[in-house]
Design a protein around this ligand. Structure first.
Ligand code: KIV
Ligand code: ZN
Length: 525
């Protein structure tokens, strides 16, 4: 058995695999996850530091917000390639081309469905027409950038001979990467591997392009299928942090990377990913999207390196390789979770923030450090989650229109729950009001609605502890329904009522921002 301490056998030379991260595009398509420009930029910076080769930053035609995000990320990043997605239409391709035109390394990713089901029911187009569209739009994309990816959507359910024809047309038109998605998570490892082997063998020019996997997790096979695709000749893997994405999600980046690293004997490949940054990246994505990582999730779940049973603990004490095939520090679980406390200085705090993937301005750092010190007075042990909670809360509150100044809630078994709240409006003016409700939370949300004059339906409300112990910080998330859109907000505090009020207010502030945008912006389409 190979373990972390076993002497490594002489390894064959590793073939490089490109990691194409689509957290900001396919990942953001997860129900409930939507990110603003600032959040997307923050994630993109972390992905670049992680060593991601290509970052798919969005789908520029879908909204002005998506266009702006792709464009801002493309303008800033210098190490990773930045891609924008486009359907196989002139309007889409031009918009994606415009969005990545300032990138140091820009890519346009064009896709067109090819399977019989999609041709007949979705596109209502004949095979020849799809080939023509592919050729025209890949050529158009090449007039913007030299790096063009083409995806025959639902490739894994497309007749192989027809798939080969489409791929051939895309290569002839100038595509440099051919991505073959398992769009609905239907394929199996052997089938998916065989598809790549067939295409690489039969399509003229296949040796001039990079083939890529893109697997969805409907049957829980996304990672296994991606690895099988690599064994079949693919040299790019499309994936997302924490495996987020449409429906059951995409192949998870951290699982792909660690499978290749840990089972190098089976997968003689390498990636540029700095695995020690995986956990911080996972935390950031989870926190900004509001999609919690399940405890037993491989690599980045809280239990991934926790040993509970006596037999396992005994084995671990004798030799770690008995029950661990990777070391926690290899994937970024901090060894120093408890070391920060009230005696820690600003330098140690800043270093830890950087290890966690945050780069703050001096001004942001000064505010965060003050809040950290205040928390140290309230709480004995400061965990990484506490530090992250402060930063996330701070970054979110930087965008606030209303701020919470005071909160008083009266509740009990016999009285009527009442909340009195003072908010500061965008000019800093305090506004106070009170309301009753079915319970303390209901009363609190009612009074916030009254002060802000924004009413929305509460569709989801969750509170969880982000750290341990009776002095733990609570994180509240709310989801509001407003004008047929779901808007999320989160708040953090050692007091869960305060965390809930902050979360509610964050969502209300988002609604305000969206309302302003709708009034002041003409949509591009
Ligand atoms: O799943 C899929 O087919 C996609 C394409 C747009 C690449 O996400
Ligand atoms: Zn997809």
């Amino acid at each position: 058995m190979v373990g972390p301490d076993s002497p490594s056998p002489v390894s064959p030379p590793a073939t490089p695999i490109r990691i194409f991260d689509t957290t900001l595009r396919d990942g953001e398509q997860s129900p409930g996850a939507s990110l603003n420009l600032k959040e997307k930029l923050e994630i993109a910076r972390v992905l670049e530091q992680l060593g991601v080769d290509i970052i798919e930053a969005g789908f520029p035609i879908t909204s002005q917000g998506d266009f702006d995000s792709v464009s801002a990320i493309a303008s800033e990043l210098t190490a990773s390639t930045v891609a924008g997605l486009a359907r196989c239409t002139e309007k889409d391709v031009r918009r994606a081309g415009e969005a990545v035109k300032h990138a140091k390394f820009g890519r346009v990713h064009v896709f067109c469905a090819t399977s019989k089901i999609h041709r007949e029911f979705k596109l209502k187009k004949a095979k020849e027409e799809i080939i023509r569209m592919t050729r025209d739009n890949v050529q158009l994309a090449r007039s913007y950038v030299s790096d063009v990816e083409f995806s025959p959507e639902d490739a894994s359910r497309t007749e192989l001979d027809y798939l080969a024809e489409v791929v051939h047309a895309a290569i002839e038109a100038g595509a440099t990467t051919i991505n073959c998605p398992d769009t609905v998570g239907f394929t199996t490892p052997a089938e998916y591997r065989a598809m790549f082997e067939y295409l690489i063998k039969h399509v003229p020019g296949a040796d001039k392009v990079i083939f890529s996997t893109h697997c969805h997790n409907d049957l829980g096979l996304a990672v296994a299928n991606s690895l099988a695709g690599v064994q079949g000749g693919a040299r790019q893997v499309e994936c997302t942090i924490n495996g987020i994405g449409e429906r059951a999600g995409n192949a998870s980046l951290e699982e792909i990377v660690m499978a290749i690293k840990t089972r190098h004997d089976v997968y003689p490949f390498s990636t540029r990913i700095n695995s020690k940054k995986l956990v911080p990246a996972s935390r950031l994505v989870s926190s900004l999207t509001g999609l919690h990582v399940q405890r037993n999730k491989a690599i980045v779940g809280e239990n991934a390196f926790a040993h509970e049973s006596g037999i396992h603990q005994d084995g671990m004490l004798k030799h770690k390789s008995t029950y661990e095939i990777m070391t926690p520090s290899d994937v970024g679980w901090a060894q120093s979770v408890n070391v920060l406390g009230k005696h820690s200085g600003r330098h140690a705090y800043k270093t830890r923030l950087e290890e966690l993937g945050y780069r703050l301005t001096e001004e942001e750092l000064a505010i965060a450090f003050e809040r950290f010190k205040t928390l140290c007075d309230k709480k004995k042990e400061i965990y990484d989650e506490d530090i992250e909670a402060i930063i996330e809360d701070q970054l979110e509150s930087a965008e606030q229109l209303f701020r919470l100044k005071n909160l008083q809630v009266v509740a009990g078994t016999n009285g009527i729950p009442t909340a009195t709240v003072t908010l500061l409006d965008s000019t800093g003016e305090p506004v106070t009001d009170a309301a009753t409700g079915d319970g303390p939370i209901d009363a609190m949300f009612a009074v916030i609605q009254r002060i802000t004059h924004i009413s929305a339906k509460l569709v989801n409300y969750e509170v969880r502890s982000v750290t341990e112990g009776k002095d733990a910080q609570g994180e509240a998330t709310v989801e509001l329904l407003h004008s047929e859109r779901k808007i999320r907000g989160r708040g953090v505090s050692t007091d869960i009522l305060e965390a809930s009020a902050k979360a509610y207010l964050a969502a209300i502030n988002r609604i305000r921002t969206l309302q302003k945008k709708t009034v002041s912006q003409a949509t591009p389409m």
